[in-house]
Ligand binder design. Structure first.
Ligand code: KG4
Ligand code: ZN
Length: 344
């Protein structure tokens, strides 16, 4: 069974072909980072136009690199939400057109489920597992019970962790995208020089909060002598921010592990762009080991947005007969615990 997947929900245009033997047959990806860099963030209108310009070419490229024709495929999957709606519409309309012309099943994939299921492609992790999903727009702990079956244990009360990295990077003049820039700047920094809070520390449950950190960083910057930030200050603030985010997530994860225990999870999984952060990966691996659970995180290139995860979610859904009608409407918002489907 081979599925072609399309990802266009943010600033990566990507097409992949994956089979049910867990082989990635093709992955063609065009990043729009350069298109958005002058604006310091993703501009939805530019993103949608850029997806439109590049998507057809990437479909052709993916098919030719896998040496396949559209008729060799068993299904066409696309991110159908959540995300920037202009881009999502471009991907969904393309997938529907291919599915309709070639008489193939269409699969409307929740982008968050793409992130959630990646470790089943890369590491064959069985359900159930505890999942930290940390990206630019989301930060939540979930129990992954089965395909289309998720229980949310806790979520951010305000900003996502990735958003906090991105906004602070902008304040520090580190550019876009912010997470990798803060991680790089933090390497030369002293994490103790600027004390930052640990939001929600000691509170019950595993909700998270990051907007206070952003404000605390602004106060640190305002307290510095006037003039441009020095490289050392930017490095020190980056190191302090990274440590505050990592320690907050770890402290909240301790509670999430307790909350998940009754479900007997097989692993603790981290996914989404922020899971590419090596300090976070190391800290969560240590916590998980301490709790006797294997810690699983996808390889770096499959943490950030990609189409392999969409094609794989398509494979998993097609195997269960969870296909969608061509009338499926793209959804700008689509909480994962409302996804329809069946338990494993
Ligand atoms: O999953 P993703 O690629 O796109 C969304 O679905 O949002 O996540 C993007 C987010 C951005 O906020 C980016 O700054 C963050 O992930 N990110 C990182 C790192 N790499 C990407 N945050 C911290 N450290 C990183 N190395
Ligand atoms: Zn994502």
């Amino acid at each position: 069974m081979r599925v072609l997947g399309i990802e266009t929900s943010c600033d990566e245009t990507a097409v992949a072909i994956v089979d049910d033997g867990r082989t990635v047959l093709a992955h063609a990806l065009a990043s729009q980072v350069e298109d958005h860099r002058p604006y310091g963030g993703v501009v939805p209108e530019i993103a949608a136009r850029s997806h439109l310009d590049r998507l057809d070419g990437l479909v052709v490229k993916a098919l030719s690199s896998a040496n396949l024709k559209l008729s060799d495929l068993d299904g066409i999957a696309a991110t159908a939400g959540p995300g920037l709606i202009g881009g999502v519409i471009v991907g969904v309309m393309t997938a529907k057109a291919l599915a309709s012309v070639h008489q193939k099943p269409f699969l409307a994939v929740n982008h968050l489920e793409g992130h959630a299921l990646t470790v089943r492609l890369t590491n064959d992790v069985p359900f159930p597992y505890l999942l930290l999903l940390a990206s630019g727009g989301h930060c939540q702990f979930l129990l992954a019970n089965g395909v289309g079956n998720y229980t949310r244990l806790g979520t951010t009360l305000d900003d996502a962790a990735g958003e906090c990295f991105d906004k602070v990077a902008k304040m520090l003049g580190l550019g876009f995208p912010g997470g990798p820039a803060v991680e790089a700047a933090a390497r030369g920094g002293d994490s103790k020089k600027f004390p930052l809070p640990r939001p929600l520390r000691g509170r019950q449950g595993c909700d998270l909060s990051f907007s206070g950190l952003k404000t605390a960083v602004r106060h640190c910057i305002e307290a510095l002598p006037p003039g441009p930030l020095t490289k050392q200050d930017a490095g020190d603030i980056s190191a302090a921010l990274q440590m505050a985010i990592v320690e907050s997530i770890v402290e909240r994860a301790e509670n999430a592990l307790v909350m998940a225990a009754a479900a007997k999870p097989n692993a603790f999984v981290a996914a989404g762009g922020v899971a590419a952060n090596s300090s976070l990966r190391n800290a969560l691996a240590a916590l998980s080991e301490h709790n006797g659970l294997p810690f699983v995180v996808p390889p770096l290139e499959l943490c950030t947005d990609n189409a392999v995860m969409i094609a794989w979610a398509g494979v998993e859904r097609l195997q269960l007969g969870l296909t969608d009608s061509l009338g499926f409407k793209p959804r700008p918002r689509w909480p994962l615990d409302q996804a329809v489907g069946v338990a494993a």
